[in-house]
Design a protein. Structure first.
Length: 278
């Protein structure tokens, strides 16, 4: 882009002859500066003055030119609602900043009376935590729209319930209570557990340590238990992931309680029978 500077000032003076060349030189430069090739507003010699955007430009920058074509709200004291829509000048991509909570929102749908604003998750500076704007008000996923896996290197503190079909926790769990679904409406009874004693007598229990243990404890070998109580064991013996790392078997010890219960009843029945013979 060419600016405009005088081309023939010395040839266009009082008392001098008027000729075509110096005038054409001036007009040609004016045409170049203000014609289709345009000019710049840098404020330097030969260019136009800078444009004060704060006072000279109104409206919104179209999306085709790098904008969103809508209003941005950078000084809000509350979160946007469904009524902050196209009728108020907001467009898809509009930014809304709540300066009270320091939260940012982006308009995903500006339909009249049904606008959708998505809040951006942020890491609190100096704390290193991703926090909700108000405690105990926001969820991660829903019952029908779930995240996949969760990997933690530290601790998990849960104030509510943990539910699921299966879960693997490799270190200690501290909880005020632990429950599993046991409602009769979820079950079909097939028979009494006649083989409870046989199951108990088929698997040896040991005293030993896991890799992470600091003291010995009673334990089973998962693959041995799997042979007689497959419902209580998850995973396969000596399994590995695609990187060759071991995938350890886990045991649902709570599912063994009915077996121990039935075996104790059977043992008590036998004791009673033997006592009756004495």
């Amino acid at each position: 882009m060419a600016g405009y500077t005088r081309q023939s000032a010395s040839s266009i003076q009082n008392t001098l002859d008027i000729t075509a060349a110096p005038l054409n030189s001036e007009f040609n430069q004016l045409q170049t500066a203000f014609g289709t090739s345009g000019h710049t507003h840098t404020g330097v010699a030969g260019d136009s003055a800078k444009i004060p955007l704060a006072s000279s430009v109104t409206g919104y920058l179209p999306a085709a030119n790098g904008g969103v074509g809508g209003l941005n709200k950078l000084d809000a004291t509350a979160d946007p609602t469904a009524n902050d829509d196209t009728d108020l000048g907001y467009a898809v991509g509009s930014i809304w900043v709540n300066v009270t909570t320091d939260r940012m929102h982006i308009c995903a749908d500006n339909t009249a009376n049904a606008a959708v604003w998505q809040a951006l998750a942020h890491i609190t500076t100096g704390v290193g935590s991703m926090l909700p704007d108000i405690t105990n008000t926001k969820d991660i996923g829903t019952l029908n729209t779930r995240w996949k896996d969760l990997f933690l290197s530290g601790d998990a503190s849960v104030a509510g319930d943990i539910t699921g079909d299966s879960a693997t926790i490799t270190n200690a769990v501290s909880a005020s209570s632990y429950t599993t679904t046991s409602d009769y409406r979820t079950k079909t009874v097939e028979s009494d557990l006649y083989a409870a004693t046989d199951i108990v007598m088929s698997v040896d229990a040991f005293i030993g340590k896991r890799e992470s243990d600091t003291q010995s404890r009673p334990m089973f070998m998962a693959h041995e238990l799997q042979e007689v109580a497959p419902w209580a064991v998850f995973g396969e013996k000596d399994a590995e992931d695609i990187d060759g790392m071991p995938v350890y078997q886990t045991v649902d010890y709570s599912s063994l309680i009915p077996v121990l219960w039935a075996a104790l009843q059977q043992a008590n029945d036998r004791i009673s029978e033997l006592e009756s013979r004495i």
